[in-house]
Design a protein around this ligand. Structure first.
Ligand code: FE
Length: 234
């Protein structure tokens, strides 16, 4: 068990290469994750720590159980699950239809579900429609298929600007969509969490489902990137 959550919320590693806008934080060799270099934990982090200490002290929460739960979502459940869902949808038309009709049931077919994924909806990207997901209120996100949300997803600029001017936000992620592409922004909530089914890249007809899954990045399933027809770094 690492100790990151005792300090500040940690960023889950991206599934594949990604571009992160400047306002979302900085990365470097020493700090491959994104975070604010502040001297003391943020006010919300301090409040969470205080609450946790109080709940443990009163015997209402078992710290080991809490650690196990967070460890699961930080290290065991992540965007590779979503990538397998996407690869299956690309490989099996019947599965894709079930996924778009009832995501919860289709995702459960692959064994994924549970907390923060009680009601998921999959939206499909096409040559003329590009979907992007945000939670304007906070950070609602489909944990069973994507793990914990990246820091930028929770940032105020992403949450506000994605709705007002999604095209410019996407450009900052390195995704420049032509005017012929309609951009649809989906606002996730605690009741409804969206997952983007990205377009299958061209020239991938001979790839196996596992090979296809290796191409799918977390960012492509949030809608701030496309899937490229080259393998992600291992
Ligand atoms: Fe939220």
């Amino acid at each position: 068990m690492n100790t990151t959550r005792r300090d500040l919320p940690a960023t889950a590693p991206a599934a594949g290469a990604s571009v992160t806008p400047e306002w979302a934080g900085t990365r470097s060799a020493e700090h491959p994750h994104v975070h604010d270099h502040q001297a003391t934990p943020s006010d919300p982090a301090l409040r969470v720590k205080a609450l946790e200490s109080l709940l443990v002290e009163k015997g209402l929460v078992d710290r080991a159980a809490l650690d196990e739960l967070i460890d699961t979502y930080e290290h065991k459940v992540g965007p590779r699950n979503g990538a397998r869902v996407v690869a299956r949808a690309w490989s099996d038309v019947g599965y894709k239809q079930r996924l778009l009709a009832n995501a919860d049931v289709a995702i459960a077919e692959l064994g994924y579900g549970g907390m923060q994924g009680e009601h998921m909806v999959v939206v499909e990207n096409t040559a003329t429609i590009h979907n992007v997901v945000v939670c304007t209120l906070c950070s609602c996100y489909p944990w069973p298929v994507l793990g914990l949300p990246p820091v930028w997803y929770k940032s105020a600029p992403y949450r506000s600007r994605s709705v007002v001017d999604p095209r410019s936000v996407l450009r900052e992620f390195g995704l420049d969509l032509g005017e012929h592409v309609e951009v649809r922004v989906w606002d996730s909530t605690a009741e409804l969490r969206y997952l983007v089914l990205p377009e299958r890249p061209p020239n991938t007809g001979t790839l196996s489902e596992a090979e296809l899954a290796s191409l799918v990045t977390r960012d492509s399933m949030i809608g701030v990137a496309k899937v490229e027809a080259k393998a992600s770094p291992a």
